[in-house]
Ligand binder design. Structure first.
Ligand SMILES: Cc1cc2nc3c(=O)[nH]c(=O)nc-3n(C[C@H](O)[C@H](O)[C@H](O)COP(=O)(O)OP(=O)(O)OC[C@H]3O[C@@H](n4cnc5c(N)ncnc54)[C@H](O)[C@@H]3O)c2cc1C
Length: 415
């Protein structure tokens, strides 16, 4: 349930995106390199700390506010939305499972925008199958030695603090998460190679070659790496990618309406054709559903209610609905949409990049089925971490529950 404060935040981010992000898009698309300046600029706004407690210098604003920020950035640039989503995702494990020392060291720096964190789980041999990972960490007397390679790491080339999950034993209890500074000896990133879309964002390969870290670098428990990976992905990855999809979806609808109302055919705007109107109506309907799902799921998180299923369904549906709208947008643009430099072509490319992270659609559906068929097999992360997720009732980011007077007035009006 968004408040006036969310509306103010939306206006601020929208203005920033218009002034600071939009002018950079042509260069990002042309060079297809990493825009580290944009990452620093976004970080300096304090938005990476949207869900970091105010005692650490964060915004303490919760998940709905986080969604507003990502949506508004992604509406202008998928890459900008992806930069902030990856950073907030990287912060999640420290917020929820970090030691007091880790929180003291890193949360103020992340909130201030001085450090961009990452989470590095995926390997070439294991994507959706997290337990298939093979990179290792070996315990020595007072430290650990990390070896391996992580691929598709969001913020790979701008991240200052990697959160890497590695194999420290066999089976599900054989994974452990570590915090590793990017300038630690043995840490390297492979040269950036251009992907289909999200130009300006980096999601490349990070290599760990006999990297020595102290015992205090372990996040959570030794053997608790799966909890770090899953809780981050369910509580931050899913809603963050949902928000990127939502921002892209809004842009796709807006771009298509502009195209349909400004291109003339048969002596009238394209929008006069019934088939074009029908497609625009379908896109508007999908966007409304996508938006409702996205904000309902994060509102539940802010209230500390159980919502793992809603978060997964929102990610699944937002990507599916977006890709359906993209197809109709491309149909309406026809040949003009095939110009690789066109806005709709960029939006189409960026939209496809949102499908795999935090789980493909198949993975969301698989997990949702598992929840129904084998409810005891999976932990409910939104419940397990509800204490840390719930926004305090005095926070002005939450709307106060309706008082008895308001309820009575409403009943009078509707009876
Ligand atoms: C933009 C972007 C950002 C990313 N950011 C990060 C990041 O910050 N950190 C990180 O660690 N990773 C990141 N990733 C990687 C992402 O998490 C993986 O791409 C994702 O987990 C899917 O893995 P995969 O691509 O190897 O596909 P695979 O897991 O190999 O899947 C291949 C196909 O098999 C299907 N499939 C797999 N398992 C199942 C199943 N159990 N049931 C049904 N179907 C299944 C999939 O749906 C897909 O169609 C990012 C990826 C992208 C594109």
């Amino acid at each position: 349930m968004t408040t006036d404060r969310h509306a103010d935040l939306r206006r601020t981010v929208r203005e920033f995106a218009r002034q600071e992000v939009a002018p950079r898009i042509a260069a990002m698309e042309h060079s297809q390199t990493v825009d580290s300046e944009l990452a620093a600029l976004i970080a300096a706004q304090g938005w990476l700390g949207a869900t970091i407690d105010r005692s650490w210098g964060g915004m303490g604003a919760g998940q709905e506010a986080k969604t507003v920020i990502i949506e508004e950035l992604a509406r202008v640039s998928g890459a900008a939305g992806a930069i902030v989503q990856a950073s907030q995702l990287g912060a999640a494990k420290i917020i929820h499972l970090g030691s007091p020392e880790q929180q003291r060291t890193w949360l103020p720096a992340i909130a201030a925008g001085d450090v961009l964190p990452t989470i590095a789980v995926t390997e070439t041999v294991s994507g959706g199958h997290v337990l298939g990972m093979q990179s290792t960490a070996r315990r020595t007397r007072n430290s650990w030695v990390l070896d391996g390679e992580k691929v598709f790491v969001g913020n790979s080339h701008v991240g200052g603090l990697h959160g890497v999950v590695l194999r420290t034993g066999n089976g599900p209890a054989g994974l452990t998460a570590f915090l590793v500074e990017s300038d630690r000896p043995g840490v390297s990133v492979l040269p950036h190679s251009s992907a289909l879309g999200l130009h300006g964002f980096s999601f490349g390969t990070v290599r760990f070659d006999r990297v020595k870290v102290p015992a205090s670098a372990v996040v959570g428990d030794v053997g608790g790496g799966l909890a770090v990976a899953y809780s981050s992905s369910v509580l931050y990855g899913r809603p963050n990618l949902t928000a990127v999809a939502l921002g892209l979806h809004r842009a796709v609808v807006e771009r298509t309406v502009t195209e349909a109302t400004t291109r003339t055919r048969y002596g009238a705007p394209l929008a006069d054709l019934a088939v074009v109107q029908h497609k625009i109506g379908q896109m508007a309907s999908r966007f409304a559903v996508a938006r409702a799902l996205a904000y309902e799921a994060v509102a539940l998180l802010d209230r500390g209610e159980s919502c793992d299923d809603e978060l997964m369904a929102a990610k699944h549906q937002n990507v599916e609905l977006l890709l359906d709208s993209v197809r109709q947008a491309m149909e309406i643009h026809a040949a003009a949409g095939l110009d690789a430099r066109s806005e709709i072509a960029r939006l189409m490319r960026d939209s496809w990049c949102i499908n795999p992270p935090a789980g493909t659609g198949d993975i969301q559906v698989h997990r949702l089925a598992e929840q129904l068929l084998h409810p005891r097999r999976h932990l409910d992360w939104s419940q397990r971490l509800a204490g840390a997720l719930r926004l305090p009732p005095h926070e002005t980011w939450t709307r106060a529950p309706a008082g008895k007077d308001q309820v009575d007035a409403l009943q009078t009006r509707t009876s």
